[in-house]
Design a protein around this ligand. Structure first.
Ligand SMILES: *Cc1c(COP(=O)(O)O)cnc(C)c1O
Length: 312
């Protein structure tokens, strides 16, 4: 079974944290499961519970060819004995096109490959109705697990931390995880977020998701005032990397034994480190949420060589 109690808190110390008197904590959600990494499980947990309460016979979700969310859904559904359907962007693909899709198939996910045009309908109710004709009585989870239940699951992350934290820091894709964390903050706590997509209007995306979940406008604006977006650490866009980022990931691993992935946590931790070096977190306790994603490192290692030396 997938078990979020495996997530623990860890402190990292070195000359930089000492210089600024910063207590740097890492919430290790990457330890939850090797494939259903971190926040993907947090986001799915209550959707799967809802599906079982609804007596749904399966789950349908959506993703691109390299989606962490697809693999996570496949593995989580398999763990709870629920069939899963993955609607994948790209009609030219098949279950052997890459490692992500192979793993989805390995967990028994029924993969349905569709054109990019059709994929653009993935959030339309009428499109879901068509899918439900094909797969009756299934529970539909949006791409990235970006629904109300996903946000609720992510609120639990901060509740597991007993230390008094001033600032939480994490990577953003759909913003679901960061919205959950934001909603769980006390009035004086802050959130620093790092979108991994280029040209992404993070605050607007967060607002839209919270509005869809039925929260009030004024409440959302008050909450968003606790968040700061660092939108210049995307390294050119989603899944784009350079030598600087790869070297940084290697350096952090050799210094602290902490593994970061190139798509999400590597960029977010790079931002944290850069801001820490500039004194942003002087005299504060900060907590980096390690959202996982390490299974996504393989394609980068094929190009750059091993990221984490000294291990098989
Ligand atoms: C999917 C993912 C994210 C993004 O989470 P959102 O809730 O979509 O913002 C962050 N980190 C990792 C490792 C992920 O796989």
């Amino acid at each position: 079974m997938i078990d979020e109690t495996k997530s623990k808190i860890e402190e990292l110390k070195n000359a930089l944290t000492e210089k600024w008197n910063t207590t740097l904590l890492v919430k290790r959600d990457d330890l939850i499961h090797k494939e259903v990494s971190g926040n993907k499980w947090r986001k799915l947990k209550y959707s799967l519970l809802q599906a079982s309460q609804n007596k749904n016979v399966g789950v349908i979700t959506f993703g691109g060819a390299f989606s962490n969310h697809l693999v996570a859904t496949a593995a989580a559904c398999s763990a709870v004995g629920l069939p899963s359907v993955g609607v994948v962007r790209g009609e030219e693909l098949n279950e052997n096109s890459n490692d992500t899709l192979r793993r989805c198939a390995h967990y028994g996910m029924n993969l349905k490959f569709i054109s990019r045009d059709e994929y653009n309908l993935r959030n339309e109710r009428t499109y879901h109705e068509g899918l439900l004709d094909e797969f009756p009585n299934h529970f539909v989870v949006p791409e990235g697990g970006a629904n109300y239940l996903g946000m609720i699951g992510c609120q639990e992350i901060t509740k597991e931390i007993s230390e008094k934290v001033d600032v939480f820091i994490l990577a953003q894709g759909t913003t679901t995880t960061s919205c959950g964390i934001l909603l769980s903050l006390g009035a004086t706590q802050k959130l620093d977020v790092i979108p991994v997509l280029k040209g992404y209007d993070a605050l607007n995306e967060m607002k839209t998701l919270m509005m869809k979940s039925g929260l009030e406008d004024e409440f959302i604006d008050d909450k968003l005032a606790q968040a700061t977006v660092f939108d210049h650490y995307h390294f050119g866009g989603y899944a784009k990397v350079n030598d600087d980022l790869i070297n940084f990931i290697r350096q952090i691993h050799s210094e602290f034994g902490l593994k970061l992935d190139p798509v999400y946590t590597g960029k977010a931790f790079y931002a944290l480190w850069d801001q820490l070096s500039q004194g942003r977190y002087h005299n504060q306790t900060i907590c980096f949420i390690h959202t996982g994603g390490l299974q996504g490192a393989a394609p980068f290692e094929a190009h750059y060589g091993p990221l984490f030396s000294g291990e098989g």
